[in-house]
Design a protein around this ligand. Structure first.
Ligand SMILES: [Mg+2]
Length: 129
């Protein structure tokens, strides 16, 4: 079964990096540019992994994370925080809400892959003949 990966980040560049990173693998990639859309999308697709930005316009990533954890179907969904902040209260709160990991910005695709590989069984797409 194909893995579903959702990226919630207000930066188009970040969403593009995630999408490009996972394109060679058998997975479906979804994107949301704000917290509200991210929550709605998560509830409808039930992703296997979420990359979640902390600093966003409408609702920050921690608020999104809290709402995910309050939703039964998304309570245990692995979430990796994409963060520019480190060693502060955001991280502490995110830890309480059971995140699967952190990737500090700016990051490279390999860092996302390394984290994702601990959670998903990613298979390279076999080239069509
Ligand atoms: Mg942001």
């Amino acid at each position: 079964m194909s893995n579903k990966i959702l990226t919630v980040d207000d930066s188009k560049m970040v969403r593009m990096i995630v999408t490009r990173t996972f394109q060679p693998f058998e997975c479906e990639i979804f994107e949301a540019s704000n917290g509200a859309d991210g929550l709605a999308m998560a509830a409808s697709i039930l992703p296997d992994l979420i990359f979640l930005d902390i600093t966003m316009g409408d609702m920050n990533g921690l608020e999104v994370l809290e709402k995910l954890r309050q939703t039964e179907a998304l309570q245990a969904t692995p979430v990796i925080m994409l963060t520019a902040e480190s060693g502060n209260k955001s991280i502490e709160r995110a830890d309480q809400l059971h995140v699967a990991g952190y990737v500090a910005k700016p990051f490279k695709g390999e860092q996302l892959l390394a984290q994702a590989n601990q959670i998903l069984n990613l298979q390279l797409l076999v080239a069509a003949q």
